[in-house]
Design a protein around this ligand. Structure first.
Ligand code: 5GP
Length: 217
């Protein structure tokens, strides 16, 4: 296999933050799981939330489920890199694991909304790659939301109207993937990640690598 600059272990790389946002029901969670399963070099950022767990969700894997006083305390002490209130629940990204990962050259995947993406863009613009996932059509989104079966009709209706608000933020993202086919969308996401990893600015050791090469020419 040809050794690219990024694959060369002598070249240190700063980790990147890959943010996936979408309206609920566009397939973001499935795409995130596929990416994690296909690529051992990216790990999920596990958010804290005050929302109660849904059936099948596991504390510490899907979210760290915490109560509101604890959330507000974390927010006060600056332990959250970003936070938002979505559907009356608080969500936030713990700061320490993300900062440690970037410094160590590990990539982090985020399933967060546009509010979180905006805050990360303010705090860590160089490290951020934002991808917005769109459903193929409004009809498709409505079908996916009502077939989920875990939420009440009222919640589904609320999510449909929230979807339109979330979608309005698509121009703030670096890439947009229209998720008509999971395999195609997964391939697109992997391509985005592969290209972003090769960006010159992320390859911290590139200067020394090239100097060393020039010294031997
Ligand atoms: P859900 O309750 O369906 O898991 O998530 C609701 C929304 O909150 C989704 O759009 C999800 O991306 C977003 N979300 C989850 N965790 C975070 C977080 O830590 N920060 C922000 N800003 N949004 C989050």
């Amino acid at each position: 296999m040809t050794d690219t600059a990024e694959q060369n272990s002598a070249i240190q790389r700063r980790g990147l933050l890959l943010v996936l946002s979408s309206p609920s029901g566009a397939g973001k969670t499935t795409l995130a799981r596929r990416l994690l399963a296909n690529d051992p070099r990216i790990a999920m950022s596990i958010s804290v939330t005050t929302r109660p767990p849904r059936p099948g969700e596991i504390d510490g894997r899907d979210y760290n489920f915490i109560d509101e006083p604890r959330f507000l305390a974390m927010r006060e002490t600056g332990d959250l890199l970003e936070w938002a209130c979505v559907f009356d629940n608080y969500y936030g990204t713990p700061r320490a694991p993300v900062e440690a990962a970037i410094e160590a050259g590990r990539d982090v995947l985020f399933d967060i909304d546009w509010q979180g993406a905006q805050q990360l863009a303010e705090k860590l613009p160089q490290d951020l790659v934002r991808v917005f996932i769109l459903p193929p059509s409004a009809k498709d989104l409505a079908a996916r939301l009502s077939s989920r079966g875990q939420d009440s009709a009222e919640v589904v209706a609320r999510r449909m109207s929230a979807a339109s608000a979330e979608i309005s933020h698509w121009p703030e993202y670096d890439y947009v993937v229209i998720n008509a086919d999971l395999d195609v969308s997964s391939t697109s996401l992997m391509a985005i990640l592969a290209a972003e990893r090769l960006k010159r600015e992320r390859l911290l050791g590139l200067m020394d690598f090239v100097r060393g090469m020039q010294g031997s020419l």
